[in-house]
Each structure stands twice: as structure tokens, then as C-alpha cells.
Design a protein around this ligand. Structure first.
Ligand code: FEO
Length: 404
């Protein structure tokens, strides 16, 4: 075991000693189609320092990689940048095996680790902007509250210009490669965007402030080492630019039409809305909840300007798959959307109204009352759907500056 799992060199004094999870497919509701990694880093300073740990089942993989470099008992300091269990789940066992001088976390992190019963009472809390000497090297801490938990922080290793960014700038992507410049750029952008949409979107305002704080901090970052996915040793400006664009959520001319259908009537309505949107010059993504996962919808909504949601009525309610995706989207708090509800019914017809209620809670700017169809939509209803799409297309083109 010890010889089999190798550390990967990041810089002269820093090694990746994490774990690759090729099989995970669900991350608290977010489908991780390409698996993930749990990254941990070893700093070979005078004070040997481990930055983050791994999910509990991967403890042996991490310890084996560390053991290829040093005796794990030579680790002096453990820094916990984020208390979520994918990074701290093995911490109690690591502390038991290593017996470090210090376990360091943010003030909120120290509290969270204690409440998770992961590191006893002996955690040393550090404040935003505080420095720590590792003997011949130095790290600086930056609080990043709510990105993605209240405890989260960055650690910056000044001497090697490496920013350990925990969840930020990461992605769920299991690969044999450890560096972003070794991986197809379209895959990187897709997985980074999917991660942002499904994890960080609700905190976009804080992301923008954080990007400004990093720019003003004087940190001259040459490597971003996140806790998931590949390490950025090139393309740093690109990924920061992606984050700024996703966080800004500027209106676009793209519409997402998401629906659940029982006997294809609601689907026909979705297709008529699509035709209207296209005729009006908008871009469209049509997503049946039979064909797509809620995470796919979140990804598409990330750069959308409109959201239409439709459901057949089932037992006086919307279809379960629509309740699922709308509950999920509401929690992610996408901004700057226009839209409307629609749906077919047989006799009671509550679903479209319920869908509209959730869109309103999401602060979607409603451009029409719900369009409803008794059983199968006739030409009149389909025309109403088409006109709704046309109207919305004009609005999103105006908002996105693509009018004329
Ligand atoms: Fe990768 Fe918020 O944990």
C-alpha cells in the first residue's frame, strides 16, 4: 500500500497527497458524473504541515501517499480549511496517528470541528489575515465565510505562491491527471461551471467580494490548489474570470424550459414555448425531467436569462420530479431571470399555479400568468405558448443588450 500510492509534486516543497474517488455519483443531491477527488497537500517546511485531509474511506490512500515522503508522525501542523466531511471526515483518525503539535482552523472552523467531534478541544483558531510561521516558510489565512460553509478559509503559502482554496475553484472530476493544464479545457469549464452552479451559486455576492479581496490582498498567486479536481498552475486568470462572470449572473438571451409531463401534453406546450423563443431570437435549452437530472438544470440556468417551468397536475399537485427540481433551484437562488409557468391538467389543474408560486418565491420576474391546457393543448393553447415564448425572447434580448 505504502509503495503503491504516490505523492504528486506541486512545487519544490509542496506535494499533493489526496485521494481519487472514481465512483461517487451523488454529492448531497448534485450528480457527480465524473467522480471527484479529495485533495490534501503536504508542505515540507521546517514545520511539516498537512493542508486538509480526505473523506473518511480514503484515509489509507492519503496516509500511503504521505508515507512515501515522510513518516506521518513527523507532521507538526494540520490546517483544516473547511470542516465539511469530505475534507475533515478522516481528521480524528489522522490526529490520532500523527499527534500534531497543532490543528489549525478559522474561528468558525474550530467551532465546527468541535461540533463534528473531529478534533477535540485543542484546535487553534486563526483570524482573517493572520500569519503563521512554518519555520523557513510562512502561510497567511483568509476567511471565506459561506464559501461554502461558515467556517471556510483560504491558506496562502507565500514562499511558493500557492493558494490552498478548499472548495473554491474546484470541481468534481476524477482523473489520472492532477493538473488542469493536462485536461481538456471544455471539460474543465463544464465541470467548474457545474460545480459553481450546484454549490456556490447562492453565495455569488460573497464570491464577487472575495475576488476583489484576493485582488487587493497583494497575494501573487501562481498556483491555485483546490480541494476537488485538478490543480491550476496555468489558467488562473481564466478560472477567476469564469467565477466573476458566473457570480455576476448578468441577464442573457438564453431560456431554459424545464418540464414534467404525464401524457406529453405539457411537453407539447414546452415545445410551443421553445418555438416562440426561437422565433423571437432567443437561445433555448429544453429539459424534460425524464431526461435530465436537477444538477443538469442548475448548470443550464447558471447562464440563462429566462426560466419556464411546466408540470402536469397529478393528485392536485405538480409532478414529483418538478417539485424536486424547483425546490433545488430555489435553494440555489439564481438571479436575473424572467419566466412563467405552464401545464396541462384533466380536471383540477393546480400544478401550473403551484409552479408559478415557486417561481415567484425564486424572484423570477413573471411575464405572464400560467398557461394551462385541459387535457391535450389545442391550437389556441399552443399559440398562447408560442406567443409567450416570443414575448419572453424580446424581453431577454432587451435585457441582454441583444435587441435590434
Ligand atoms: Fe468539498 Fe464544502 O466541501
Amino acid at each position: 500500500m505504502t509503495d503503491t500510492f504516490k505523492p504528486i509534486r506541486v512545487s519544490d516543497k509542496v506535494y499533493w497527497v489526496g485521494a481519487v474517488d472514481w465512483t461517487i455519483r451523488d454529492f448531497h443531491g448534485y450528480t457527480t458524473k465524473r467522480g471527484s477527488t479529495y485533495n490534501a497537500y503536504l508542505i515540507l517546511a521546517d514545520k511539516v504541515t498537512l493542508v486538509d485531509t480526505v473523506k473518511a474511506p480514503f484515509l489509507h490512500e492519503m496516509m500511503a501517499r504521505i508515507s512515501n515522503l515522510i513518516d506521518p508522525r513527523d507532521i507538526d501542523i494540520i490546517i483544516s480549511n473547511h470542516s465539511e466531511m469530505d475534507h475533515s471526515g478522516s481528521l480524528r483518525e489522522v490526529v490520532a496517528q500523527v499527534a500534531p503539535e497543532q490543528v489549525i482552523a478559522s474561528v468558525m472552523g474550530a467551532k465546527a470541528l468541535k461540533e463534528h467531534h473531529l478534533a477535540g478541544d485543542g484546535i487553534v483558531p486563526v483570524k482573517d489575515g493572520q500569519d503563521l510561521s512554518l519555520g523557513n516558510m510562512r502561510v497567511r489565512f483568509m476567511e471565506t465565510r459561506m464559501l461554502h460553509w461558515p467556517d471556510s478559509m483560504f491558506t496562502y503559502l507565500e514562499d511558493e505562491r500557492i493558494l490552498f482554496s478548499q472548495d473554491a475553484f474546484g470541481m468534481h472530476l476524477a482523473t489520472g491527471e492532477r493538473f488542469a493544464d493536462e485536461i481538456d479545457r471544455d471539460i474543465l469549464r463544464y465541470e467548474a461551471a457545474t460545480y459553481y452552479a450546484n454549490i456556490l451559486l447562492p453565495y455569488s455576492g460573497l464570491v464577487l467580494k472575495l475576488l476583489d479581496r484576493v485582488a487587493a490582498s497583494g497575494m501573487d498567486v501562481s498556483v491555485i490548489a483546490p480541494d476537488h479536481g485538478p490543480i491550476w498552475r496555468t489558467g488562473i486568470d481564466a478560472v477567476i474570470g469564469w467565477y466573476r462572470a458566473w457570480a455576476q449572473q448578468k441577464p442573457t438571451d438564453k431560456a431554459v424550459v424545464v418540464y414534467g409531463t404525464m401524457w406529453h401534453s405539457t411537453e407539447l406546450m414546452a415545445r410551443a414555448i421553445e418555438e416562440g423563443l426561437l422565433a423571437g431570437g432567443a437561445r433555448v435549452k429544453v429539459m424534460s425531467m425524464e431526461a435530465f437530472h436537477r444538477s443538469d438544470v442548475a448548470y443550464e440556468v447558471l447562464d440563462a436569462g429566462a426560466l419556464f417551468a411546466g408540470s402536469s397536475t397529478l393528485n392536485n399537485n405538480m409532478l414529483p420530479a418538478m417539485a424536486d427540481v424547483l425546490t433545488y433551484l430555489k435553494g440555489l437562488r439564481p438571479a436575473n431571470l424572467v419566466g412563467a409557468a405552464f401545464g396541462s391538467y384533466g380536471w383540477s389543474g393546480e400544478a401550473a399555479g403551484h409552479v408559478q408560486d415557486i417561481l415567484a418565491e425564486m424572484k423570477v420576474e413573471l411575464v405572464a400568468e400560467p398557461v394551462k391546457s385541459l387535457y391535450v393543448p389545442d391550437d389556441h393553447v399552443l399559440r398562447e405558448c408560442f406567443d409567450l415564448g416570443m414575448k419572453a425572447a424580446q424581453i431577454v434580448r432587451q435585457k441582454s443588450g441583444r435587441h435590434g
